[in-house]
Design a protein around this ligand. Structure first.
Ligand code: FPP
Length: 279
């Protein structure tokens, strides 16, 4: 985690992206954010989470409320991803993990899956060059083997092309499910015990070490979920054990830097004890 020691320039973080009315109602509806100002900006002394993970929810409702097809919500959602990456970079967040497609999303109608995979294909082809230019390192978690082979090739290329970047580590969860991830790590640990590479009697901590390597990234400090729903939906269940959770009543396609800053501000107000005591 880092602490911002400089006051951000007025207006750079919160205004110009969303109307104050919109943001005020989003804040009012979120019990976690009752007294956060809509003019949220990174301020002196604010603790900035090192790793922010986001459950991007509400694309369908956004489209439905406008009488548009669901794909319109997903398309607008990918624009919100772009804004969020910029917001994370500007805030000094080092790791950003976004839930773009869950292992359960394969149960959606074939047409929507085609739309979502098509959007992913276009995202990879149109955004990676700019992400690379901006110093973003891309990684993907989840079962990429379920996607078409051209997408798998583009995923590998995106990881390879950005592997020397370090300004922001952007991890996109695709065909991802936390329970499957934990089960795979447990199977790997059992196999390591069977082949003598791991001591079965290593105690709780060594077991946790083995499982903590599941995604090769630091644990998220803050998990944000949009759309007003309040659950983790099989996202980073192991890694989020001590994450602060912030639920925002804004639909993902409307999410922008101002909402991101509101969540960061709320995170900074939380006291994290990790089960220990301060006194
Ligand atoms: C949840 O909204 C969102 C998804 C299942 C897909 C998320 C995809 C994007 C944000 C765009 C693509 C991103 C990339 C990186 C290419 P929902 O459809 O469940 O919404 P609802 O709950 O309102 O129906």
């Amino acid at each position: 985690m880092s602490v911002i020691t400089k006051q951000a320039a007025p207006g750079t973080h919160s205004r110009g992206f969303v109307s104050e009315d919109d943001l005020s109602s989003a804040i009012a509806a979120s019990h976690a954010l009752a007294d956060v100002s809509p003019n949220a900006a990174i301020t002196a002394g604010q603790i900035v989470p090192g790793h922010v993970a986001i459950i991007m929810d509400g694309n369908g409702r956004w489209a439905k409320s406008r009488g548009l097809p669901r794909i319109a919500g997903h398309r607008e959602g990918s624009r919100a991803v772009r804004r969020t990456v910029e917001a994370a970079i500007q805030s000094g967040v080092s790791w950003l993990t976004i839930y773009a497609f869950s292992s359960e999303n394969w149960r959606r109608p074939a047409g929507e899956i085609l739309d979502l995979t098509g959007l992913l294909r276009r995202y990879l082809r149109s955004e990676v060059a700019e992400l690379k230019q901006s110093g973003v390192r891309l990684r993907f978690i989840g079962d990429r083997g379920r996607f078409d082979s051209d997408i798998q090739t583009d995923l590998a290329a995106a990881e390879r092309d950005t592997e020397t970047n370090s300004r922001l580590n952007l991890t996109i969860a695709l065909s991802y499910g936390a329970r499957a991830e934990i089960a795979a790590a447990a199977r790997a640990a059992l196999e390591a015990v069977r082949t003598g590479c791991l001591d079965a009697g290593g105690g709780q901590e060594s077991g946790e070490d083995v499982l903590s390597q599941v995604a090769g990234m630091p644990d998220p400090d803050l998990v944000i979920r949009t759309s007003g729903e309040q659950r983790l939906s099989n996202f980073l269940l192991w890694q989020a054990a001590y994450a602060e959770l912030v639920f925002l009543d804004v639909l993902w396609p409307d999410f922008d830097q101002a909402h991101f800053n509101v969540a960061l501000k709320e995170f900074s107000r939380r006291e994290r004890r990790f089960g220990a005591r301060k006194d």
